[in-house]
Design a protein around this ligand. Structure first.
Ligand code: BEZ
Ligand code: FE
Length: 299
């Protein structure tokens, strides 16, 4: 009987359980894009290690493939279930974190989320972005400054939030007024900004698809704690994509997308002062949040 030649350990042409990730990496051609090969090689190495460590069965792997298939199938022009999956796995926050290291005291980034809409209406300072009249009135005011406390006049603050029923305007286009709870403000000469809104409340991320299914299988909350979204920009400064979180929300420690950072939790004040309410154009009593955004010059 003829013996087949044995292949040496160095030979990565054929599958080898012990060196499976190396076999995959060795298949790349000489003209492979270097960065693609690097990132994919690293991910394949960790994926193979995970499969080995958890001893994944064929049934479990098929279930994972079916989950990813459903994740793709539910995507539309306005629903991106893969980003949601990245959010609930902490990957969106990690990619943001490793790319936005900032000095102490600078406003930190957090997750953008799927409900940002460019070109929201521009408002003068003090205007009210709540167009449906629901919720507890709230004044948000503060300054946009640099790390030395100097004003950043002309900074743009793009803000968006859910209404008091826990939905963004774009999720309820036949129910809410267009551009409800969103608008763009400009910091004044001394860096000050202020606007009127309503106190945000917690709400569930879209949970009627595979991501919601996964969260329930893991006995995890589908809720995001109450927050206002901001994108703050000014020429010559890093763009800040961030939130202000409400301090009294029960869901701060269980945010479905890991967006909470302790530096982004504000203090709220319940103001009962009829004269002050009249001065700022809100019913009495009202909530007040003082919040400064600290920008970092672009490197
Ligand atoms: C949001 O805060 O709007 C959000 C962020 C991530 C996923 C879903 C919603
Ligand atoms: Fe949100």
């Amino acid at each position: 009987m003829t013996e087949h030649p044995t292949r040496s350990d160095q030979d990565l042409a054929y599958f080898d359980e012990r060196r499976s990730a190396e076999v995959v990496a060795a298949r790349n051609g000489a003209a492979a894009d270097a960065r693609t090969a690097e990132v994919l090689g690293t991910l394949v190495r960790h994926l193979h290690a995970g499969i080995r460590e958890a001893a994944v069965t064929p049934e479990e792997w098929l279930a994972a493939i079916q989950f990813l298939t459903r994740t793709g199938q539910i995507c539309t022009d306005w629903r991106q279930e893969f980003i949601l999956l990245s959010d609930i796995l902490g990957v969106s926050m990690l990619v943001d974190a490793i790319n936005h290291h900032r000095p102490d005291g600078a406003t930190e980034n957090t997750v953008l989320g799927p409900f940002y809409v460019p070109d929201a209406p521009r408002y003068a300072s003090g205007e009210n972005i709540c167009l449906d009249g629901k919720g507890e009135p709230m004044l948000v005011r503060g300054r946009v400054i640099d790390g030395e406390g100097r004003p950043v006049p002309g900074a743009t603050l793009d803000v968006w939030a859910t209404n008091d029923d826990g939905f963004y305007d774009v999720q309820q286009q036949d129910v809410q007024p267009a551009n409800n709870l969103r608008g763009v403000f400009t910091a004044e000469a001394d860096g000050r900004y202020w606007f009127r809104t309503v106190k945000p409340r917690f709400y569930p991320i879209p949970d009627d698809g595979p991501v919601g299914e996964l969260l329930r299988a893991l006995d995890r909350s589908v809720n995001r704690p109450a927050h206002l979204h901001f994108i703050v920009t000014a020429p010559g400064y890093d763009r800040v994509v961030t939130h202000i979180f409400m301090p009294d929300c029960d869901y701060l420690p269980t945010d479905a997308v890991f967006g909470v950072k302790s530096s982004l939790i504000a203090q709220t004040e319940h103001v009962d002062d009829a004269a002050e309410a009249k001065r700022v154009g809100l019913p009495n009593p009202f909530w007040r949040v003082d919040w400064d955004f600290v920008l970092v010059p672009t490197a």
